[in-house]
Design a protein around this ligand. Structure first.
Ligand code: 5GP
Length: 199
């Protein structure tokens, strides 16, 4: 019986393909719990409330901040995003591994509060590729895309604070890298020494 679950924090530039990669990780590891964040951003086409995000108003988000409900939250490109503390805590206590897909300010807060969290940063093979992917997605205006690219350049300075860098050259390759990291983390002596008790 394993003890506490592992908290896995995944960040990456907007357009680095986090959503696609993580959906496939989940398909291969259905035992993982993917945290559904709260956001004040408008849903994109095809996004469902309660599945991709809990979509809330700024007023509701601020009320939740006031009630101390978030493990972390951040304002990113004009919208709030936050992780509910209660659900995460309950899963970890039950020994379930939890994946948070959050941006760097939030990841820094999680590392501060829960230093045992494992953090991964997903990068595209190049900046040119990132720009191409953001344009290909076709969901944001040119102004928003330029804003996201400028943000990515700033965020690149924070990558050094993460435990792992995952390169998303192909989705399959990135998925394999993440699965390998999860496996390696589960073999850490801190998680396994109890097996040796009584030897
Ligand atoms: P998007 O609008 O593209 O869905 O997300 C924008 C950014 O917000 C992404 O980098 C995503 O990882 C991040 N994000 C999503 N949920 C959360 C959250 O709960 N907390 C924080 N800090 N960032 C989040």
């Amino acid at each position: 019986m394993k003890e506490r679950g592992t908290l896995v924090v995944v960040s990456g530039f907007s357009g680095a393909g986090k959503g696609t990669v993580l959906a496939q990780v989940l398909a291969r590891r259905p035992d993982l719990y993917f945290s559904v964040s709260f956001t004040t951003r408008a849903p994109r086409e095809g996004e469902q409330d309660g599945v991709n995000y809990h979509f809330v108003t700024r007023e509701e988000f601020q009320a939740r901040i006031g009630r101390g409900e978030f493990l972390e939250y951040a304002e990113y490109v004009g919208n709030y995003y936050g992780t509910s503390m209660q659900v995460i805590r309950e899963k970890l206590e039950r020994g379930i591994d939890v994946v948070l897909e959050i941006e760097i300010q939030g990841a820094a807060k999680v590392r501060e509060k829960l230093p045992e969290a494992v953090s991964l940063f997903l990068v595209p093979p190049s900046f040119e590729e990132l720009s191409r992917r953001l344009h290909a997605r076709g969901t944001d205006s040119e102004e928003k895309i330029q804003q996201r690219l400028a943000t990515a350049r700033e965020e690149a300075k924070e990558i050094v604070n993460y435990d792992y860098i995952v390169v998303n050259d192909t989705v399959d390759h990135a998925v394999e890298e993440i699965l390998a990291i999860l496996t390696a983390e589960s073999c850490r002596k801190e998680r396994r020494l109890h097996l040796m008790e009584g030897v």
